[in-house]
Design a binder for this molecule. Structure first.
Ligand code: A3P
Length: 326
């Protein structure tokens, strides 16, 4: 007799096999409720929507893929845990940030439900900290009703595309795939909304609008702002998630300490991020792929002036009237 769980995972598999599919670099994308997802991510996403039970104290980091998720995870994890006792203990969260990749410190909700797993999230320390890439319309239903807080991060579409491209190439190489799209083809697909998480503009706009509607629940940030004033953004973030830095902490340089602890230079030099890997099977990836350059404007080395103009034009048209600009 199959259990309820097996039955629902079979249902997800059946549903996924009926979705529109598109080859993308070395992966398959499937279109679900208007957005494109890596095929291997969908089962977990569907299961999380059915099963994840949010709490009002949860903090969920939502990002468009390759917009700085790893960095945001590190910053938030350090901020939330900075005043927990036992700082000297080897297992203290702040020590973990020197030993683990930030993705091991803050899990993606959907990944927890991959491969038919039923994670026990009740025993996690509060406030629980999770991440997600899903569009607003596909967040687990309990998230919307729970009153939990969502921090959203996105990035100039030009840099986001370049970062995505390198990441997808790395994924393809890791699995020994020789045939993939050219950058020009990926550019065209991205412009027409086809990319992991795409259409990017819809993803961004939905969270932007929600951050205007419910600013106490959704905080909207851009990678460029975070780069330009990391300390200022971190203070805002800390306040938003309910653990503001006290005047004393600010005087003691606690903000700068966390900014430094999570800097590209420091994280990318850690042993775990130079030589470690995570995930299994088709999800396996080397940790160093999450630390490529970490700068604003690298698109200039990859996009022609015409490509940049075309992408900027699309962004402007899509965001017109929303108050959002890049
Ligand atoms: P680039 O490919 O442009 O270098 P994600 O974490 O969402 O997968 O995004 C990865 C992007 O964030 C990569 O961008 C990566 O270099 C950058 N990044 C990772 N850690 C960072 C950090 N500590 N500071 C700034 N950027 C960082």
């Amino acid at each position: 007799e199959p259990t309820d769980d097996q039955e629902s995972y079979n249902r997800y598999k059946d549903l996924i096999s009926t979705l529109p599919t598109q080859r993308w670099v070395g992966d398959d994308l499937c279109q679900y409720h208007g957005f494109w997802f890596l095929r291997i991510a969908l089962e977990g996403l569907m299961a999380a929507r059915d099963r994840f039970v949010a709490r009002s104290t949860d903090v969920i980091l939502v990002t468009f893929p390759k917009s700085g998720t790893t960095w945001l995870k590190a910053l938030t994890f350090a901020t939330i845990n900075r005043n927990r006792a036992d700082v000297a203990e080897p297992n203290h969260p702040l020590s973990m940030l020197s030993k683990l990749n930030p993705h091991e410190c803050v899990p993606f909700i959907s990944f927890l439900y991959n491969d038919g797993r039923l994670p026990d999230l009740d025993s996690l320390h509060e406030p629980r900290l999770f991440a997600e890439h899903v569009p607003f319309s596909l967040l687990p239903e309990s998230v919307l009703g729970s009153g939990c807080r969502i921090v959203y991060l996105c990035r100039d579409p030009k840099d986001n595309l370049v970062s995505l491209w390198h990441y997808m190439l790395a994924r393809a190489h890791a699995r020994g795939l020789a045939q993939y799209h050219s950058f020009d083809e990926v550019f065209e697909l991205f412009c027409s909304g086809i990319s992991m998480g795409g259409p990017m503009w819809d993803h961004v706009l939905d969270y932007w609008r929600e951050s205007l509607r419910r600013p106490e629940r959704v905080m909207f940030m851009k990678y460029e702002q975070l780069k330009g004033d990391t300390g200022g953004c971190l203070k805002r973030l800390a306040e938003f998630i309910g653990c503001p830095f006290s005047e004393e902490e600010e005087r003691e340089g606690k903000v700068e300490e966390i900014v430094e602890m999570c800097s590209f230079e420091r994280l990318s030099e850690l042993e775990v991020n130079k030589n470690g890997r995570r995930g299994i099977g088709s999800r396996e990836i080397e940790n160093k792929e999450f630390f490529r350059k970490g700068v604003v404007g690298d698109w200039k080395r990859h996009l022609t002036a015409e490509m940049a103009e075309q992408l900027d034009r699309i962004t402007e048209e899509k965001f017109r009237g929303s108050g959002l600009k890049f």
